[in-house]
Design a protein around this ligand. Structure first.
Ligand code: CGF
Length: 834
């Protein structure tokens, strides 16, 4: 039945309420209104930044309307919801994305033009929200976009860091320098709603006293406040606008009055600083954990606030806790939020007075865990003494979980002490450590990896014992995906338009049903279509060249093949292999006659990516790239044929310009080390071909687009362990194993790119035990690049490959991935806002 109007005159309310601005004149009115009132400015003194801010505020109004309606609708319907807990959300810019998802880009472009501005200039004003390191954080952002677009009731929970990932500068010597990214310093962030009324107290330290009834009393220590900031996440061509709730830490009472009275002003200010410090900075490490107390504090602060919020929302529905898993699914993005498991146990047992067994049932039916890496250095462990100190009650709960768990293991495998030691939540040693992946695994209903090969490796290596104990069915795979909204429609508008025109389908349809791209396949045979396709690639190259020219003052040869490797700097990703390959190419070119050189296809190699500030070898790789580029680009013999650029400060926005321009991109990790990779998908979706190892999602991409459209090389995963063993016990010098590589290394040592001594530590990683198998894969890598050159000579055939690649990328939409999570894990359904 119709709800009773809550207050006042319904008619007056209805007359006063507005709807989303959909025509140009209401858009311009709204922008002008924001210029005059929100910004207190006028046409006379309005610059691009001001115009962007006013336009953003205008879109923000629209988002708020949809967001409000969506949240109200979800509350009324009370469906089962899923919560995506991620310490990183690498959102990038919002303005363009919001306009496209709302279907308002054209109206805004026209409106902004009428007001005397250029849309592209305004888009450039926005600063990236860079609250993530790389793939894991960007995946979370894609999943939010897909959840909203598929009208799924999903919320994200994260932290509102004051400082996102550092800004990368490159010194003249080629050193990476880091600068803080105070992304909020510009004032208001139009894409978030501060919810100062939504806050929770979070406790650290203190004592936990066990009570006879199984509960415990945790008291004392430090209490801080978690305050909510809501980021609106618009779906594509739907009203559904989901929520990303980010927590900011605040001191509980602002200042400690007792300290003031005691004349201890400094102490009072200090404690407020220490509360604020919790969410001040994103840790800039991808794949390494350092056991820093502040990082553990961040993890607990965020999981505790999120769970308090989730439990409160559940209680509002008025159902008994036994039904909690029917209303709530919690996805752990990696082990970072694993404390959600003991925290939910603590809430259920200590606060809701639910007995242990029932509480454990609730937890293990609610929580799901995604693993993103099998690299040993990335598997999170926390020292027991630190846990005991910071979270005394949680440590008790972890010990109890471990006790029950090991009893069950012992029952199934009597007397197998090695197995117990391997599976325990506690790793023996000095100090003892809590193994977070084990805790995440046994506390979850399902565990998944992020690509087929990776999920197999999870099952057969790091969690093998757990599969033997709990059975196969708990362990599965969800191959990662990317949102075609940002990674095609937004970053490559011309290609998007060509696709709509060719398929004769509106983009609102195919962008949400990406398998429709298959309809492009017959057009690979159409010469006219190929011409259009190639022309768009060419214009995207020019767009990148223009960007490089305006930001770095460098001229790029747009007639060359664009060869791109952009990702975090890491030994396993082997940017080193790439730059050594580039130097090999340079040496080969140098030896050629003029006549031979005439036959060579020009190539421009782009690198971009950040290294963790403490990762010495990765930083040396950057230095080698920059210095090699300096010498190579200046050589008149070769510079028409080979140039190299390291583009500083890689970001989502830079990726949006780089990806559509690439002819070929490199995904060349040592087999078995890259869990999935997601930029590989972005390049292929934009018609770039891929050179790569048989690793991560490369394998599934090749299955989808056809192996003849991918350039594979290198040893396969099963060989890797054996090769490493040989390197350890039967080393063969590089000169013998791979003379071509040895020559390259000698040139570097000999000072071709500046003082060779600088690079010795990097070169020694290859000469000594070569853990990432560069010597083993070098020849086949060079072979693969030659195949690329060969294939590129036949332009028409290359374009066909490019078209077929895009056409077959439907599987890699994050819509497919999120629907797999929704259906097979979370059991949630779309709730459309009408
Ligand atoms: O997660 C990664 C990425 N570096 O953030 N991992 N972690 N941890 C993997 O290495 C990538 O292969 C993967 O694509 C990404 C998202 O699952």
């Amino acid at each position: 039945g119709k709800e009773k109007w809550p207050r006042g005159d319904e008619k007056v309310w209805k007359e006063g309420s507005r709807s989303v601005n959909t025509d140009v004149s209401s858009v311009t009115k709204s922008i002008v209104n924001h210029v005059q009132t929100s910004l207190a400015r006028q046409a006379y003194n309005l610059d691009n930044l001001g115009a962007y801010q006013a336009a953003a505020l205008s879109v923000r109004d629209d988002l708020i309307l949809n967001w409000n309606e969506t949240q109200m609708h979800y509350t009324r319907k009370a469906p089962k919801r899923a919560y995506y807990l991620s310490l990183e959300f690498l959102m990038g810019r919002t303005f363009d994305n919001a306009l496209l998802n709302l279907g308002l880009k054209d109206q805004y472009r026209e409106g902004v033009t009428k007001l005397g501005f250029n849309m592209e200039d305004l888009l450039e004003q926005e600063r990236d929200a860079a609250l993530g390191n790389g793939g894991l954080g960007r995946l979370a952002a894609c999943y939010l976009d897909s959840s909203a677009s598929q009208e799924l009731p999903v919320w994200g929970y994260g932290l509102r860091y004051q400082y996102g990932i550092f800004q990368q500068l490159i010194s003249p010597e080629g050193q990476q320098l880091e600068q803080p990214d105070p992304w909020l310093a510009g004032g208001e962030n139009p894409w978030e709603l501060p919810r100062l009324d939504v806050s929770y107290e979070v406790r650290f330290y203190g004592t936990a006293e066990r009570l006879p009834d199984g509960r415990a009393l945790w008291q004392g220590g430090q209490e801080v406040l978690a305050v909510a900031y809501d980021v609106m996440v618009p779906g594509c061509y739907t009203k559904n606008t989901n929520n990303l709730r980010l927590w900011e830490s605040k001191p509980k009472r602002g200042f400690d009055l007792n300290s003031f009275n005691a004349g201890d002003y400094e102490h009072a200010v200090e404690s407020s600083n220490s509360a604020a410090a919790i969410t001040s900075v994103l840790y800039p490490n991808d794949h390494t954990t350092f056991g820093k107390e502040l990082r553990l504090k961040q993890q607990y602060f965020w999981t505790a606030a999120s769970l308090a919020d989730i439990v409160r929302r559940f209680k509002n529905i008025g159902k008994p806790f036994s039904e909690f898993p029917d209303y709530v699914a919690i996805q752990l993005n990696d082990t970072h939020p694993t404390l959600a498991i003991p925290e939910l146990m603590r809430i259920l047992i200590d606060e809701e007075e639910i007995p242990w067994g029932k509480a454990w049932d609730i937890v293990t039916n609610t929580v799901f865990y995604t693993n993103h890496t099998v690299l040993p250095e990335a598997l999170e462990k926390w020292p027991v003494p630190l846990m005991e100190h910071l979270l005394p009650r949680h440590m008790q709960i972890i010990y109890d979980i471990n006790l029950f768990f090991l009893q069950a293991v012992e029952k199934k495998f009597p007397g197998d002490r090695d197995r117990l030691a391997r599976m325990s939540l506690i790793e023996e040693g000095f100090p003892k450590q809590v193994r977070m992946a084990h805790l995440a695994c046994i506390g979850s209903r399902k565990v998944n990896g992020v690509a087929e090969l990776h999920s197999d490796l999870v099952r057969t290596t790091i969690l093998k014992d757990f599969v033997e104990f709990e059975g196969q069915s708990k362990f599965s795979n969800v191959t990662n995906g990317i949102t075609p909204r940002r990674w095609l429609d937004q970053c490559n508008p011309e290609l998007s338009a060509l696709i709509s025109k060719t398929l004769k389908v509106d983009k609102s349809v195919w962008l949400k049903d990406l398998d429709r791209l298959k309809g492009l396949l017959p057009y690979a045979e159409d010469a006219e279509f190929r011409k259009e396709w190639a022309a768009i690639k060419q214009r995207n190259k020019e767009r990148l060249a223009h960007h490089v020219e305006t930001t770095l003052g460098l001229t790029v040869n747009t007639n060359a093949m664009f060869d791109v490797q952009i990702k975090r700097l890491h030994e396993y990703k082997r940017q080193t292999l790439n730059i050594l390959g580039v130097i090999h190419r340079y040496l080969t070119l140098k030896q050629m006659s003029d006549a031979e050189r005439k036959k060579v296809n020009p190539r421009v190699v782009f690198f971009a990516g950040k290294a963790a500030p403490g990762y010495y070898i990765a930083k040396l790789t950057i230095r080698l790239i920059v210095n090699a580029a300096r010498i190579i680009n200046a050589d008149p013999d070769t510079r028409n044929l080979l140039t190299v650029y390291f583009l500083p400060d890689y970001s989502v926005s830079l990726a949006e310009v780089l990806i559509p321009s690439s002819d070929i991109s490199q995904h060349i990790s040592t087999a078995g080390t890259e869990a999935s990779g997601t930029s590989n998908m972005k390049f292929c979706l934009n018609g770039g071909l891929l050179v790569g190892t048989v690793d991560g999602a490369n394998i599934e991409i090749a299955e989808a687009v056809g192996e003849n459209n991918v350039f594979f090389f290198g040893h396969l995963t099963p060989a890797v362990e054996d090769l490493r063993y040989q390197h350890m016990y039967h080393p063969v010098p590089v000169e013998e194993k791979c003379p071509a590589l040895a020559k390259v290394l000698d040139k570097i040592s000999g000072g071709m790119f500046g003082d060779g001594g600088v690079y010795e530590p990097l070169l020694n990683t290859i000469r000594q035990n070569d853990y990432y198998l560069i010597t083993e894969d070098f020849d086949s890598y060079i072979g693969a690049l030659e195949m690329v050159d060969q294939a590129y000579l036949d332009k028409e055939e290359w374009i066909k490959k490019s078209i077929r690649t895009t056409a077959n990328m439907g599987k890699f939409s994050s819509d497919r991935a999120i629907l797999e999570y929704a259906e097979s894990f979370w059991s949630i359904e779309p709730v459309k806002v009408t």
